[in-house]
Design a protein around this ligand. Structure first.
Ligand code: FAD
Ligand code: FES
Ligand code: FES
Length: 1370
């Protein structure tokens, strides 16, 4: 009975940021995050994914142990933690670390000073994650660090934030902020910041960092709570629905009692993290918290092994296992425990492992077939489990446990027992037995926070014989899991085959062939063949160092293999008792040139508002407190691509409890419009016919967001497709049915030169080659959100997280059928936009406005991640067919393209795509260029603008063509790129007016300079050497140029000077995290300082940029296309010029009278003399110079693992021309952030749909954006200051989008590495090595890469080795 009020825990007492909270009657399904956001003033913990996958909601949980008088502190995800489970605990949120009232915490100040916060939505969670690591390091007995530092190591500091996602920064500055606290940090490694200038001594640098003292490195547990806990022991309270039994006996009695008798839906709960995966909001009558039952929380060791209670968290288990490595008596097991611990540390992220229990994981695996890592690893070491079913306790093997029917809801997993694997059991010095153990989990992200494609754990006892140089397998256990099987399994057949065998290439080959018949994913599993090939690769990796092919391996051919496999000889590197491991970001360099010319413009000032973002005080739309009577909405969307909607029903038959209304197109008083662009509108709701899966059909309005979401999810839509044409779901179908959007002639690019002539001049041709590109989702950390508040006289105020409030304003007025002056749209800040909050934010705000209008009550929405992903549309997928003609030296003479752009059910911005695509495609001199581009109208979600829309795709196309040409000619790709770079003359031919003056064409110099700064030639040679010497790892390097055209648009600005001399600024542009406000502040300060009076030196501190309000400043337009910052700056400059002009006569008069005049005096006098101190203007760029080109280049180097297809990004060097940067720190952040978002597009993110076009990548489990472990390990960026650009805003250039295109260099480097792998494979097969032309799809995920490197590479290699051996011996 959803919605019915439950009696929760009897009395719940806890503290948040030292403040006492006492609650009774809590709905037990309430999460801590819900309570924090709705029941406290603390809004820093954010909802972003709601499934434990992003870290935006991280808080610190402190528990007081009354017996030990000790406090335990750890980070947790508050979106999964149930409120009832924090009874007696103290919670610290980012506001609790520090804030604007009591002073900021050094973590917050350093995040701001290292430029580590852009939109700021992720920042509070990151700060708390780091704080948790510092607090725990402080508790160790490590040596006292240098004043201002913590006891953290660099490696720990980086890993502290490993599970936190940030979509804006690209992580490098975040890592710097974290590392700045590490005791072992090398100050030279810390990047660009506001604390010191280049060249200062390390001692000075240290002293400049905001000080970390002992007091702010610990977390105080409130004394009042300690006292209360001492008297209140958690008990099982009758009549309530949350029980905390404190003994096994109590648990047993409870299970026998009527309290949880038959017919009661009851759930055991420990960390509740399982609900992050099984998200269906299951309802339970009763919850039993298992954490207080001592038998479930114990850790016991005896002669036979370690017993771990089922409620013990994974983090604690890791600690325990690591402690075992220090134990002297069972040498062989040491390494095994270390490896298990290492593997467990890749499960989820720290803040999940801190509350996720061992038992919860095992039960999820047993009962619901969760792809567990634990079960696989534990299976390989013969783990036993204790289960209590129907009051009966039994100890069984894990294998048996997994094989039993799903555990019923009343059975309890009590503990697990991992046996000691000591060689003494089975070996003697004579037999010389070795124990081997290893585990594997290739995943989209190496550090974890991603489920593996397959996991494996192998244990073997082998007996090497020195005399014959052979190894015999005495015993082995091979476990595999998570590959699309119900449970982890033991490959018994293979084990049996191997036992007693002397390892040889032949035995390995036979074992592998046998394994192929065992590891077979179930039907419907994605990448099925890939997963099976991983199993083979790992068995090979495990055993081959011991076989007769190991000679080659020990010669270094299998890089690093075998070195840590033999457990007996293993030693742990220790550093003051800490385990050392490599850091994630090994180095980074930022080169910027500062200019004082327009001071403070050009200064690398920290982002405006960065500290309040870090403390969580920055207010996002969902942080605005709900007005009285506020309702909440959720969208019901279509699951069919083209169907009639006959009606919508709810499961109980009528509107569920708490649901107020169901709003559809029938309720619209004005036009059915949800969004608009210059190309047309999209309806707010489908009318009788739904046009795509994911289209909005209706809006459920309920008392809470949770109720609205549940109701929308449960709604049953009655579809009917009779007599309808089949939907258009592919570009081919669109072509067949001539379903296209018209592209206005002024937006359709012009061909260049004569392609037939170019083709005729060519020595070689590639004809009709095909490539396809998929989509990408924005993954802004803040999903779409809005709050609509009805106002007097039929007016509506809407707070929206949107990039273009002006257009939203118009849409709302049209939909409500009211004049535009009745609507006001307010946007203060946006938690990441990337284009996704331009058009797609409009229907969200409009639906709220419509519901508020109809119901006469405020209505808000915070779209859940799944719905957001389904409705977002994202980047345009496309199909490209190209024909290219070229000379034998690689010079291209003609390129002909046919491009089919997969737009959606409405035009959105799609007709602009041909223009955008061609601009970036023309980065090379193609000789002649012609194209036929069709924008296909389909029954798919309308695709929208995403950062560099069209440009990123065409950059890829250009590189694919170049690579194809190089491969056909067997030439170095870099030379083919070079020979096709534009001369200034060809640039003018291709770009006409946009090319600018010859000196502005900086690409050739960037190209050459980058070769030097990145040591390109030397590294090319080193890579050749590496590839020669490494069979299973191949490296590739690639240098890629970009040319990106941007266009300025008219933008308004308004500057008002207040009586005390402070300044208020409004601009058309929206602060999305891109630093627009910061640049605007700098420009205001600069332009007003031209009045030249005393006290304008610190004017920047006196400027406040305020929220955008569509009635206060009209014609705001779009914040898009990379130029809004500069256009807003220019608008403000014009305003300031007017104010300066108005003030000048007065200033001169006052100077005459007083000799000098202070800014404050001047302004006060201006008020007295009635000088108009507020002005606004619309900046309209000159037509002739509104378009200009941006240049940059990148060199990237990667390493591909041929066994797994995983790619490591070793190094990237970027040089990017920013003109004269308005703020180099902001531009640097844009460059790095965009580049990493580009890595996501090219290498990681799969925005997949089902056959109806419904998005199935619904959250962080399936959609993987880059994390801290997927950025280049060396990341060097140089901002080139290309001097004076007369026609640019104070000589500046754009930085928001163009650098994203540079990420294609990573893709190209991967292709180069794969090419090496393929040549090797061809040689093993005895085929022609030059025949290795291939297309590398986007994204180049591990399955894609592995397939190109050969799914059967291991088998092929073994066959080749055996054949070679036979050949040699005959
Ligand atoms: C973001 C994220 C990423 C993850 N990644 C991985 C990964 O890469 N690899 C991996 O292996 N796991 C992964 N997990 C799973 C994680 O390990 C489990 O969610 C966690 O261990 C469950 O423990 P819990 O205490 O939170 O269980 P809960 O959520 O409290 O319980 C889970 C289920 O088990 C039942 N239950 C719990 N304890 C017992 C018991 N002792 N006896 C009987 N029933 C019980 C509960 O009733 C419930 O049905 C991930 C989880 C999240 C949220
Ligand atoms: S919102 Fe909790 S982890 Fe994402
Ligand atoms: S600053 Fe990290 S998501 Fe925006």
């Amino acid at each position: 009975m959803r919605g019915q009020r439950q009696k929760g825990i009897q009395r719940l007492v806890f503290a948040v940021n030292g403040q006492r909270f006492e609650l009774s009657d809590v709905d037990p399904s309430t999460t801590l995050l819900e309570f924090l956001r709705l029941g406290t003033p603390f809004k820093s913990a954010k909802l972003s994914c709601g499934e434990g996958g992003c870290g935006a909601c991280v808080v610190l949980l402190s528990k007081y142990d009354t017996v030990k008088d000790q406090v335990e502190d750890f980070s947790i995800s508050s979106c999964l933690t149930l409120l009832c489970s924090v009874n007696g605990c103290s919670i610290t949120t980012a506001e609790g670390l520090g804030n604007s009232k009591v002073g900021f915490h050094p973590i917050q100040e350093r995040f701001a000073g290292f430029h580590a916060s852009q939109c700021g939505f992720c920042t509070p969670g990151l700060c708390v994650s780091l704080f948790s690591a510092i607090v725990n390091a402080e508790k160790t007995n490590r040596p006292e660090p240098f004043l201002g530092f913590s006891k953290l190591t660099v490696c720990e500091a980086e890993k502290a934030i490993a599970g936190n996602l940030c979509r804006c920064t690209g992580y490098r500055p975040i890592i710097d902020a974290c590392k700045s606290f590490a005791a072992d940090v090398d100050m030279e490694d810390l990047g660009f910041n506001t604390f010191w200038r280049k060249g200062e001594s390390n001692e000075l640098k240290k002293s400049r960092l905001p000080l970390l003292t002992h007091n702010n490195a610990i977390c105080m547990f409130p004394e009042f709570l300690k006292k209360e806990i001492k008297v209140t022991v958690p008990v099982a309270s009758e009549g309530y629905c949350w029980y905390s039994p404190v003994s096994l006996q109590q648990l047993k009695s409870l299970l026998q009692s009527n309290e949880v008798g038959n017919g009661t839906s009851m759930k055991f709960v420990v960390g509740n993290t399982g609900s992050g995966y099984y998200k269906q909001q299951e309802h339970h009558d009763k919850y039993i918290d298992l954490r207080y039952v001592p038998e479930l929380s114990m850790i016991r060791k005896d002669q036979m092994g370690i017993e771990i209670g089922a409620a013990v968290t994974i983090s604690r288990a890791v600690e325990v296992l690591k402690e075992e490595t220090k134990c002297e008596f069972h040498q062989g097991g040491k390494m095994m425990f270390k490896k298990i611990a290492d593997h467990l540390e890749k499960i989820a992220s720290g803040f999940i492992r801190n509350s996720a229990s061992i038992g919860g994981n095992l039960v999820m695996a047993q009962r619901k077939y969760f792809p567990s890592d634990l079960t696989t690893v534990l299976l390989a070491v013969d783990t036993m489990v204790d289960v209590m079913a129907a009051q009966r306790q039994e100890r069984i093997t894990l294998e048996e446990f997994l094989g039993r029917p799903p555990l019923d809801s009343r059975s309890v997993l009590l503990s697990i027992k991992i046996p000691y694997w000591d060689l003494s059991r089975n070996s003697s010095p004579e037999t010389n037995t070795e124990l081997l153990f290893d585990t594997y989990r290739p995943a989209p992200r190496p550090l974890g926070n991603a489920l593996p494609y397959l996991n494996a754990a192998f244990l073997a006892e082998v007996s090497p014989s020195k005399s014959s140089n052979t190894t015999m397998v005495k015993e082995c256990k091979l476990a595999f899991g998570a590959y699309g099987t119900k449970h982890s399994i033991r490959a018994r057949m293979v084990e049996k085959f191997l036992i007693g065998k002397v390892l040889s290439g032949g035995v390995l080959y036979d074992a592998i062939k046998l394994l192929e018949t065992v590891v077979i994913p179930e039907d419907g599993t994605s990448y099925s063949a890939y997963r099976s090939s991983l199993a083979i690769g790992f068995l090979f990796k495990f055993l081959s160092p011991l076989s007769d092919i190991s000679v080659e391996i020990s010669n270094g051919l299998l890089n690093g293999y075998g070195s840590t496999l033999l457990l007996k000889n293993y030693t742990i590197e220790q550093n003051n008792g800490r385990l050392t491991s490599p850091t994630l970001l090994s180095s980074a360099k930022q080169v910027v040139q500062l200019s004082q010319k327009y001071h403070p413009v050009g200064e690398p000032l920290k982002k405006s508002g960065a500290t309040i973002q870090a403390s969580g005080e920055a207010v996002f739309v969902d942080d605005i407190p709900s007005p009285r009577n506020c309702l909440h909405g959720a969208f019901i969307y279509s699951r069919k691509p083209l169907a009639r909607v006959n009606g919508i029903k709810f499961k109980p038959g009528s509107l569920p409890d708490g649901v107020t209304a169901l709003i559809s197109f029938k309720d619209i008083p004005g036009e059915n419009v949800g969004s608009m662009t210059i190309f047309g509108t999209e309806p707010l709701f489908a009318d009788e016919l739904t046009q795509c899966a994911g289209q909005r059909i209706a809006f459920v309005v309920a008392d809470t967001q949770k109720l609205a979401d549940v109701a929308a999810n449960d709604a049953l839509v009655d579809y009917d497709i009779e007599n309808l044409e089949p939907p258009i779901l592919s570009v081919e179908q669109a072509v067949e049915r001539s379903s296209f959007y018209e592209v206005p002639p002024f937006l359709y690019p012009k061909a260049v030169g004569d392609v037939s002539k170019g083709m005729a001049e060519a020595d070689h041709k590639i004809l009709s080659a095909e490539i396809k590109l998929g989509s990408q989702y924005y993954f802004y950390m803040e999903t779409q959100t809005a709050l609509a508040v009805p106002d007097e006289d039929n007016c509506m105020v809407v707070y929206s997280s949107i990039q273009c409030p002006e257009f939203c304003h118009v849409v709302i007025a049209k939909c409500l059928g009211v004049p535009e002056h009745n609507v006001r749209v307010i946007t203060r800040r946006v938690g990441g936009g990337f284009g996704g909050k331009s058009i797609k934010a409009m229907p969200v705000a409009t639906a709220c406005a419509l519901a508020a209008h109809k119901l006469g009550r405020p209505v808000r929405i915070y779209v859940n991640r799944k719905t957001d992903m389904i409705m977002a549309g994202g980047r345009h997928p496309m199909k490209i067919t190209y024909s290219v003609g070229f000379k034998s030296n690689g010079k291209i003479t003609a390129l002909q393209l046919e491009i089919l752009i997969k737009a959606g059910m409405s035009a959105d911005i799609s007709p602009v795509m041909p223009h955008n695509m061609l601009c970036a495609l023309k980065k090379y001199d193609w000789g002649a260029l012609s194209f036929d581009i069709k924008v296909c109208r389909t029954n798919l979600q309308s695709r929208s603008a995403m950062r560099a829309p069209g440009e990123v795709q065409s950059t890829f196309i250009a590189e694919a063509v170049i690579e194809h040409v190089a491969s056909t000619l067997s030439m170095e790709v870099d030379s083919v790129r070079h020979i096709n770079l534009h001369s200034y003359d060809s640039l003018r031919l291709f770009f006409e007016g946009g090319a600018g003056e010859p000196l502005e064409y900086t690409l050739p110099s960037i190209w050459d300079k980058l070769a030097l700064t990145s040591c390109l030639d030397h590294r090319i040679e080193m890579i050749k050497e590496f590839n020669k010497n490494n069979r299973w790892q191949k490296r590739g390097i690639s240098r890629v140029p970009i040319v990106h055209e941007v266009m300025q648009r008219p933008t308004p600005g308004k500057v008002s000077i207040l009586r005390d001399g402070s300044v208020v600024v409004e601009v058309g542009g929206i602060e999305l995290g891109q630093g627009l406000w910061t640049k605007v502040k700098q420009m205001t300060a600069y332009a007003l300082s031209l009045i030249q009076c005393d006290g304008t030196g610190d004017l920047v501190e006196k400027v406040r940029v305020i929220q955008s309000d569509t009635l206060s400043l009209i014609q705001g337009g779009f914040t898009a296309g990379s130029t809004t910052s500069e256009s807003s700056c220019e608008a403000v400059r014009l305003c300031c010029n007017i104010l300066v002009e108005r003030l000048t006569p007065l200033k001169e008069k006052l100077v005459e009278q007083m000799g000098a005049v202070k800014w404050e005096t001047l302004i006060l006098q201006a008020y007295l003399n009635a000088v108009d101190l507020s002005t606004n203007t619309l900046y309209v760029p000159e037509f002739s110079s509104m378009q200009y080109l941006n240049y940059g280049a990148a060199v990237s180097e990667v390493e591909v693992n041929l066994l797994t297809g995983e790619t490591t990004f070793l190094r990237t060097d970027i040089t990017y021309d920013c003109g004269q940067s308005l703020n180099p720190a902001v531009d640097l952040g844009q460059i790095e952030g965009a580049f990493v978002q580009g890595i996501g597009f090219f290498m990681l993110e799969e925005y997949s749909e089902n056959s109806d076009g419904l998005v199935v990548a619904e959250g962080t489990w399936t959609y993987k954006i880059p994390t801290v472990d997927t950025i280049p390990k060396q990341f060097n960026v140089e901002i080139l200051s290309s001097g004076h650009h007369e026609k640019r805003v104070l000589s500046s250039k754009a930085s928001g989008e163009p650098p994203l295109l540079l990420a294609v260099s990573i893709h190209c480097a991967t292709r180069a590495a794969i090419e090496e792998a393929r040549k090797q494979l061809l040689s093993w097969r005895g085929q022609d090595e030059s025949d290795s032309t291939f297309q590398l799809p986007v994204p180049a995920t591990p399955p894609v890469v592995k397939e190109l490197c050969g799914l059967d590479s291991v088998e092929t290699f073994l066959q080749w080795t055996m054949a070679t051996k036979c050949g040699n011996s005959t």
